[in-house]
Design a protein around this ligand. Structure first.
Ligand SMILES: CC(C)(COP(=O)(O)OP(=O)(O)OC[C@H]1O[C@@H](n2cnc3c(N)ncnc32)[C@H](O)[C@@H]1OP(=O)(O)O)[C@@H](O)C(=O)NCCC(=O)NCCS
Length: 338
């Protein structure tokens, strides 16, 4: 076993990481192959082709950042060089990407790792968890899982407003009836944003309502990505978020803003009684072991982080802060983040 794997073994502690890369000013130019050849050379041909095939260079930048971020993360937590890091898909989890340990060493010699990536409007995030003692927790069959998702409602504001003008808000939202429960759809349509929330928007009440709609999207995708299914999951309508609070836009570049999380008390709330904290319900039963955080980043982004089982967060019950990752520094020098 290498040094990094041994270090986890010795401390026996779960390590949770939250990283982000802001690609908006990276690799300038219209062609990613001209802007980032030395980074692309580190990515295997099939994955590289997927990046090069992106129609928009902004999407190519985020995909390249994702490919690199995943590798830097696995390099950090396993001690493997970037060139030896491979990924596969979790067969029982509908394609959630996972790290594939080197074939030459048995799986048990490595810590158990789960990670999840999201990219939107120039931002790429990664949430990861390392459990030193292998795949099962406390000798049981439960596995540690993470999920993350980013939404950036203003990216689609103009197109959304055109759609709303044509069909009306109710019909525009009803088009998503396959994805949201009737209670969620009703809340999205009828919720009146409080004036304290509305004051953050220069545009219209509609913009505030759309931010709520996309925040529902964010938590739903976060949960789907935690468990590893896709938006085609049959149970998606049966998964319902209650007491959703939407983080207000936050001014300033690379600034983190308002945050809402499930608390320990919320998780332990009595069956059937709804509190005022975010709750996840599936097939009519409350899911109590998932820690969820929703946070605003800058004016437009809302980012969700999810982790199960939530008790892995220990007494503090908080995720670690987000860490900005400098890919140039960590990829080209081969030194993983501290
Ligand atoms: C998977 C899915 C939820 C991703 O959501 P998204 O908002 O489009 O994209 P995001 O930027 O948030 O996330 C993309 C990342 O999610 C990860 N991802 C892909 N499939 C995933 C899955 N099934 N579960 C969890 N994470 C997944 C990948 O790491 C991907 O980034 P990468 O390609 O750079 O590695 C969405 O694409 C989806 O539902 N697709 C429909 C197809 C489907 O249902 N597939 C499964 C049925 S077989």
């Amino acid at each position: 076993m290498d040094q990094a794997a041994m270090a986890h073994e010795e401390t026996g502690s779960v390590i949770i990481s939250r990283w982000f890369v802001d690609t908006r000013r990276m690799w300038p130019g219209a062609k990613i192959q001209n802007a980032a050849p030395q980074y692309l050379a580190l990515i295997p041909p099939v994955e590289r082709k997927r990046i090069l095939d992106k129609y928009n260079v902004a999407d190519a930048r985020m995909s390249l950042a994702s490919a690199l971020l995943k590798r830097v993360y696995i390099a950090k937590v396993t001690g493997l060089p970037l060139s030896e890091i491979k990924f596969s898909n979790r067969g029982d989890m509908y394609g959630k990407p996972i790290w594939a340990p080197p074939e030459s060493s048995p799986d048990e010699t490595w810590p158990y790792i789960d990670f999840n990536v999201s990219h939107q409007a120039g931002l790429t995030t990664l949430v990861g968890i390392v459990v030193p003692n292998g795949i099962s927790l406390s000798g049981g069959t439960e596995r540690a899982l993470v999920g993350c998702d980013i939404v950036a409602p203003r990216e689609r504001l103009d197109a959304d407003l055109i759609g709303i003008e044509e069909f009306g808000f109710e019909e525009f939202i009803s088009a998503w009836a396959e994805m949201f429960s009737p209670v969620e759809i009703s809340d999205i349509i009828h919720h009146t944003p409080p004036s304290t929330f509305l004051s953050s928007f220069t545009n219209t009440t509609m913009e505030a309502k759309l931010r709520r709609f996309y925040t529902y999207f964010c938590v739903k995708e976060g949960y789907i990505k935690l468990v590893g299914e896709g938006l085609l999951a049959e149970w998606i309508k049966e998964c319902e978020f209650r007491n959703l609070q939407v983080p207000k836009p936050c001014s300033g570049e690379e600034r983190w803003g308002e945050k809402f999380t499930t608390s320990k008390t919320g998780v332990e709330s009595e069956e059937g009684k709804s509190g005022n904290e975010l709750e996840i319900w599936l097939h009519g039963k409350q899911i109590r072991n998932v820690k969820t955080e929703l946070q605003a980043f800058e004016e437009d982004f809302v980012i969700t982080t999810m982790m199960s089982p939530s008790n892995l967060l220990g007494d503090e019950y908080e995720f670690p802060p987000w860490e900005s990752i400098d890919l140039e520094k960590h990829v080209l020098t081969g030194r993983p983040p501290g």
